[in-house]
Design a protein around this ligand. Structure first.
Ligand SMILES: Nc1ncnc2c1ncn2[C@@H]1O[C@H](COP(=O)(O)OP(=O)(O)OP(=O)(O)O)[C@@H](O)[C@H]1O
Ligand SMILES: [Mg+2]
Length: 307
């Protein structure tokens, strides 16, 4: 069983304008409303892969109700803690400048609400369950929260997949989660590297070196996603780089979350390393073929897996 945890879910409102007028009135068209937030994205991709999973986290207000309803319609099990604040709504507008995003920081979370989340997690923490802890945290949540969650889950005999950024990742890694998937920026932050790389070769070398280093620290499976430069993987026996598929990208949003879902799926199904890598690459490439933060389609995943 896989459980995803989203502390900072969102409604993603995607729309288009013919011409973006800064400081003026813009008429939106082709409006789409999707439930989002990183753990929820993982749950949606796992659903496409036919993997039973449960989405939990913190949710509030009308936006929270919309997310609950949308997950229910997709037959994704959910058990969110209700909070007093309103779940955020992120607006993404496509125009002649590309995609312009307006992201809310998320609601304030009280100490009590965070404790309720820990209790809720514990309720689902049956031994052997894989927890995917994913994404940012709303205001009021301390940087060591994923670290504490990881420690608690390990005590319950659960496995932890951590996919986050900044201080949450840095502190989280201290608890040695079982699996992680930073992207290049997150990995650079983790190692406090500020220098720019001159070539893809340098980036790939850096990713492989740090993936191996993190593995040596005890993280059993490390994936470093590098966008169009593919991804590096390390399971302790081998460290490999796989180039990305040449595709006509519709939207990169959520490609990393889909890769996390694919790896979680492979690990929870006891797949071989190289098969997990194939799934990770096929599913994330398929995610780039859908608009906005929509999940990859089964047809596209199957097609790419064959290749
Ligand atoms: N332009 C691209 N062409 C081909 N494949 C891509 C492209 N961008 C992303 N991918 C695939 O998706 C994977 C994950 O992408 P990326 O590194 O952007 O994740 P991320 O930054 O974590 O994304 P997210 O916004 O979902 O957190 C890449 O490793 C690659 O396999
Ligand atoms: Mg990511």
């Amino acid at each position: 069983m896989i459980v995803t945890v989203t502390m900072n879910p969102a409604i993603d409102k995607t729309a288009e304008v013919d011409e973006l007028i800064i400081g003026g009135v813009n008429r939106l068209k082709n409006i789409r409303i999707d439930e989002g937030g990183k753990g929820i994205n993982v749950s949606k991709t796992l659903r496409v892969l036919n993997k039973p999973n449960m989405a939990i986290g913190l949710i509030g207000g009308n936006m929270g109700d919309t997310i609950r309803t949308k997950l229910q319609k997709q037959m994704i099990m959910a058990d969110f803690v209700s909070i007093a604040g309103e779940t955020r709504c992120n607006l993404k507008v496509r125009s002649e400048f590309g995609m312009t995003e307006f992201n809310e920081p998320g609601p304030n979370v009280t100490q009590g609400e965070l404790e309720d989340l820990f209790d809720r997690i514990k309720r689902h923490a049956k031994s052997g369950t894989l927890f995917v802890l994913s994404g940012s945290a709303p205001t009021g949540v301390p940087d060591d929260t994923y670290k504490k969650m990881t420690e608690m889950l390990h005590q319950c005999g659960c496995k932890v997949f951590l996919d986050t950024s900044g201080a949450l990742l840095r502190r989280g890694v201290e608890a040695i989660p079982d699996y992680i998937k930073p992207n290049l920026k997150e990995l650079m932050e983790l190692y406090d590297v500020k220098t720019k790389f001159d070539s893809s070769e340098e980036i790939i070398e850096f990713a492989k070196e740090k993936a191996t280093d993190l593995n040596a620290k005890g993280i059993k499976f490390v994936a470093v996603s590098l966008g169009a430069d593919g991804a590096a993987f390390c399971d302790g026996l081998e460290t490999i780089h796989v180039p990305a598929k040449t595709i006509e990208v519709q939207s990169r949003v959520g490609a990393g979350d889909s890769m996390t879902a694919a790896i979680a799926y492979g690990l929870d199904s006891n797949m071989y390393f190289r098969d997990i890598v194939r799934y990770a690459m096929a599913v994330s490439a398929a995610a780039c073929m859908t608009e906005g933060s929509q999940s990859p389609t089964k047809e596209m995943i199957v097609k790419f897996l064959r290749q």
